[in-house]
Design a protein around this ligand. Structure first.
Ligand SMILES: *[C@@H]1O[C@H](CO)[C@@H](O)[C@H](O)[C@H]1NC(C)=O
Ligand SMILES: *[C@@H]1O[C@H](CO)[C@@H](O)[C@H](O)[C@H]1NC(C)=O
Ligand SMILES: *[C@@H]1O[C@H](CO)[C@@H](O)[C@H](O)[C@H]1NC(C)=O
Ligand SMILES: *[C@@H]1O[C@H](CO)[C@@H](O)[C@H](O)[C@H]1NC(C)=O
Length: 538
């Protein structure tokens, strides 16, 4: 008994990369950078050509990522979500090559295009050495068929039999949530590129998957999992899977419906907050868009999700959705939308290339190679993410209740929904969709938010603002840009955020509410003319 368990314990220690075994609480302070391995960095830094529209492998690798961790970390991200790692369909299909990794043929081996097992372990170890987490994207719902006509015995063991798959029928639209049996048991893909759906009602399949996931986690020192197509497997499959994985799980529930998504907040540590994403995109990118629908959608999430918005991850771009800059050219609208996830209860996610102003449209154009940018740091959005990550960390340090106080979004209806004020003490974010070239300006006003006459700063521009005698603020919007206000005392002297203005010395621990913890925000915004004329340069 003893010798054999010692051996296996010893074996684990030798072979596996030490992980942080991170849980939801550990992840709550984190900030995630999402990347597509094939498109982030080449192993030798050559700027090989890459036509995103061609849907072919371009040559990015795990060792390429390892070489560019300074770039990611210097923006303040402390977790990296990489695209799926398992062996995929080889060769070309009606949808091109499997460079994105979502067409697994074998869960038990690694995709040789991205490097070796040692390269992946080296990436994981390099992240851990920096105190950063690694999140793997895993596809459990389906495998990819080797061709339109195939035999189930073509699949490698253990899933080399028809009985391990659901009967063939196709899910017409991956965003459809109409008939749940169809969603769970029919196949994604189409007759040209079928993605046979693993029969997760079959106990053999369940046992294999439950057994596979902790090994993957241990082998590569994984700290968290992003679960692809999670709504396509019955909900009661997930709790045992999640428990077996033993790390944080972030489920992809592609749905534009808070009550549908809410059901999955019971089975995962967190979900990608798709329902609010659809509302956000509409409100932020369009001067006719309505912040009132963002506010009511967030409120529905707060009332129906387990733990409200705390167990979500908030994003405005990913590999499945068109980039914001493909939907608008207005830098003001883009800057507002991209700041939103940082003043939120959930974990912020930024999709690689957002920071460089990439403009690709829907899949496959939103999966551009990043090496053409030379990983430049002197870009306005790189700077904005660096500031927001640092400010969020300082907010958490100053007022740990940042992690437990629900975000409060408010809008003021009589100005046609052009502004939204989001309070998340010690942050107050002022958003607008008025646009950078609007001939009109607007003024945000919030009552009784801060201490009377308190010194505040917009962390995005390091502009000083004083709270009024009632602790309210009245601030004109400039060039349609967002503002994120924090008390100067909440920013650490010697820190990186507005160092000339920061007056904070010690982290505030519990019980010293210099910032009122329950903020009564009353927004009274008014339009006035000609305040915001001018063009903001990138
Ligand atoms: C550098 O990496 C690219 C992409 O992986 C590859 O195509 C190319 O052959 C490599 N060049 C050299 C000199 O190794
Ligand atoms: C849902 O789809 C399944 C098969 O995918 C079918 O058997 C069932 O009748 C459908 N239910 C409804 C209510 O349409
Ligand atoms: C999401 O649902 C809302 C209604 O709740 C609708 O107005 C909006 O167009 C939908 N968005 C998408 C992308 O389906
Ligand atoms: C959501 O809306 C309800 C009713 O309008 C309100 O009572 C509640 O305070 C709101 N919840 C949050 C978390 O803002």
């Amino acid at each position: 008994m003893l010798p054999s368990s010692l051996t296996s314990l010893f074996g684990t220690i030798i072979l596996a990369v030490p992980a942080f075994s991170a849980n939801a609480t550990d992840w709550s302070t984190r900030s995630i950078y999402q990347l597509v391995t094939d498109r982030f960095a080449t192993p030798n830094d050559s700027t090989v050509p890459c036509d995103a529209g061609a849907r072919k492998y371009c040559g990015g690798s795990w060792s390429g990522i390892t070489k560019h961790l300074d770039y990611i970390q210097s923006m303040g991200f402390d977790a990296v979500w990489i695209s799926p790692v398992s062996t995929n369909l080889e060769g070309t299909t009606s949808q091109g090559e499997a460079f994105h990794g979502y067409w697994s043929t074998d869960l038990y081996s690694l995709n040789p295009h991205f490097g070796t097992a040692d390269d992946l372990r080296a990436l994981s170890a390099a992240l851990h050495k920096r105190g950063m987490y690694i999140m793997l994207d895993v596809v459990v719902n389906h495998l990819a068929a080797p061709g339109p006509k195939f035999d189930f015995t073509d699949f490698p063991k253990p899933f080399d039999d028809e009985t391990y798959f659901h009967r063939r029928c196709f899910v017409a639209d991956s965003t459809d949530t109409g008939n749940q049996t169809t969603v769970e048991q029919c196949w994604l893909g189409d007759s040209k590129l079928p993605l046979p759906d693993l029969n997760t009602e079959n106990p053999f399949v369940v046992e294999k998957l439950i057994d596979w996931i902790p090994k993957l986690v241990q082998d590569y020192g994984v700290d968290g999992l992003r679960i692809d197509t999670a709504k396509h497997i019955r909900k009661d499959f997930w709790p045992e899977f999640v428990k077996s994985a033993g790390v944080y799980t972030l489920g992809e529930i592609l749905a534009n419906d808070t009550s549908y998504a809410a059901q999955y907040t019971d089975v995962f540590d967190a979900i990608l907050d798709y329902p609010n994403y659809f509302q956000l995109r509409n409100a932020f990118l369009n001067p006719q868009g309505q912040f009132s629908s963002v506010v009511s959608s967030m409120n529905r999430s707060q009332q129906t999700y387990k733990n409200g918005l705390f167990r979500t991850a908030s994003f405005v771009e990913n590999h499945d959705q068109p980039r914001l800059a493909s939907l608008t050219k207005d830098p003001g609208l883009i800057r507002n939308a991209m700041a939103f996830p940082f003043v939120h209860d959930g974990v912020p996610i930024v999709y690689y290339g957002q920071e460089q102003g990439y403009q690709g449209g829907a899949d496959p154009y939103n999966r551009e190679a990043l090496w053409f940018t030379a990983y430049q740091q002197e870009k306005p959005l790189v700077q904005q993410f660096r500031i927001l990550n640092a400010a969020r960390k300082e907010a958490i340090e100053y007022l740990p209740s940042f992690l437990t106080t629900p975000v409060r979004p408010e809008f003021f209806s009589s100005i046609e929904d052009h502004s939204m004020v989001v309070s998340k003490p010690p942050m107050l974010a002022l958003f607008t969709n008025i646009g950078s070239e609007s001939p009109h300006g607007l003024t945000w006003h919030a009552d009784a938010v801060f201490q009377p006459n308190e010194q505040l700063v917009d962390v995005l521009t390091c502009t000083k603002v004083a709270a009024d005698a009632q602790g309210g603020v009245t601030i004109p919007c400039l060039y349609g840009m967002p503002q994120v206000l924090m008390p100067a005392v909440a920013l650490r002297q010697g820190g990186t955020v507005c160092p000339g203005i920061a007056t904070g010395t010690l982290a505030k621990s519990a019980g010293l509410p210099e910032v009122r913890v329950t903020w009564a925000v009353v927004v009274v915004s008014t339009l006035f003319f000609v305040a915001c004329r001018g063009r903001w340069m990138w």
